[in-house]
Design a protein around this ligand. Structure first.
Ligand SMILES: [Zn+2]
Length: 354
């Protein structure tokens, strides 16, 4: 029995967390639809856009509601976009992955060790470790905002200032009340901090704020590099603004090393996307949101790649990484433009939907 109870506890935690995250995903659909259109988020219950019938509580259950209705309004039969359950599932899976790595996996994805943890034991004997729970919640909050930004960008809107200011304020308040949410210190090139030796780092409020400030500034800079060289959209100003907001938030939450890592992943993602015709026009913000997820999930393994921005990065590594972001993004933009010129010949795209 003593072997079974941690297993049972894990199962209960995962099921509860998955359901909560799916409900948050459902709320994200509401935010993303209403905020850019100037509708109050808490205005009223969700309605069918055709027959305006309020959607009943049981039909509004995340993912399952859509499946049970087979994607049609119960009242008028109007199709409900597949995007709603997809967003709910993506939020549920992404946040559950963070739970697995950061709470159940005792922060195994984090580049530096959390004080007071013995890694040979299971998570249950450490529970509740508030630092790990806090970090998981903090990263979940960032991913939630970032995905919201990307969806608003996908719909062709600018991220409303109210939304990104809320995101930054929530992150700032979390950092000030619990500075240990910061995983990597702001100072660079500290030779004694290596990923493998498991040096611990206990930050104060000033450390946390300087991490956020440096990360925010570098995030905006690399976002401009990425945004200005992007040619996947006709509305480049809007796309660039949204990417600046997105990577600015990533930097402010995670620090300059992490946002540089996410920018490298974004540039690589852009380059891969332009080489695959089906996703050639994937919006940059959506790629950056995906890169944010992988940047957090693969944080530790990426840091152990030689030259990759991390806790022990020096000035030269940093400059090299920024230049690499610019170079890869420029190359992707160049390939994009030349492939566009090639495909713009008449009658060459019969499967393109109008
Ligand atoms: Zn209807």
């Amino acid at each position: 029995m003593s072997e079974l109870s941690p297993l049972l506890a894990t199962l209960v935690l995962v099921v509860w967390f998955f359901a909560t995250a799916a409900a948050l995903g459902s709320f994200l659909n509401v935010i993303v639809w209403r905020m850019p259109r100037g509708i109050s988020v808490g205005a009223s219950r969700s309605r069918c856009p055709k027959c305006e019938n309020p959607i009943s509580f049981r039909d509004n259950v995340p993912i399952a509601g859509w499946l049970m209705l087979r994607g049609r309004c119960r009242n008028c039969g109007e199709g409900i976009s597949l995007r709603y359950p997809i967003v709910e599932a993506v939020v549920a899976v992404a946040l559950s992955t963070l739970l697995f790595l950061e709470v159940i996996g005792l922060g195994g994805n984090l580049p530096m060790q959390i004080p007071g943890l013995v890694h040979s034991t299971n998570w249950f004997s450490h529970f509740p470790n508030w630092t790990l729970i806090g970090i998981c919640g903090y990263h979940s909050m960032l991913l939630y905002f970032v995905l919201g930004f990307a969806l608003i960008d996908y719909d062709g809107y600018r991220v409303p200032a109210r939304l990104w200011v809320t995101g930054l304020a929530a992150g700032g308040a979390a950092l000030l009340s619990y500075p240990s949410l910061v995983v990597v210190p702001v100072r660079w090139g500290q030779e004694q901090i290596t990923v493998t030796s498991g040096t611990t780092f206990v930050p104060g409020a000033i450390d946390a704020l300087s991490v956020a400030a440096a990360g925010g500034v570098l995030g905006v800079c690399v976002a401009l590099l990425l945004g200005l060289s992007d040619s996947s959209t006709v509305d480049r100003k809007r796309s660039c603004y949204n990417v600046v907001v997105l990577l600015g938030a990533v930097g402010a939450y995670l620090g300059w090393q992490a946002v540089l890592s996410v920018a490298l992943l974004t540039a690589a993602g852009r380059l891969i996307a332009v080489l695959i015709p089906a996703v050639r026009c994937a919006p940059l913000a959506l790629i950056a949101a995906t890169a944010t997820f992988f940047g957090i999930v693969l944080w530790k393994p990426l840091c152990s790649v030689s030259g990759w921005p991390g806790p022990s990065s020096g000035l030269m590594t940093t400059i090299g990484a920024v230049m690499l972001v610019g170079a890869v993004a420029t190359l992707a933009g160049f390939i994009q433009r030349s492939s566009e010129n090639a495909t713009h010949e008449p009658d060459e795209s019969p499967d393109f939907e109008p």
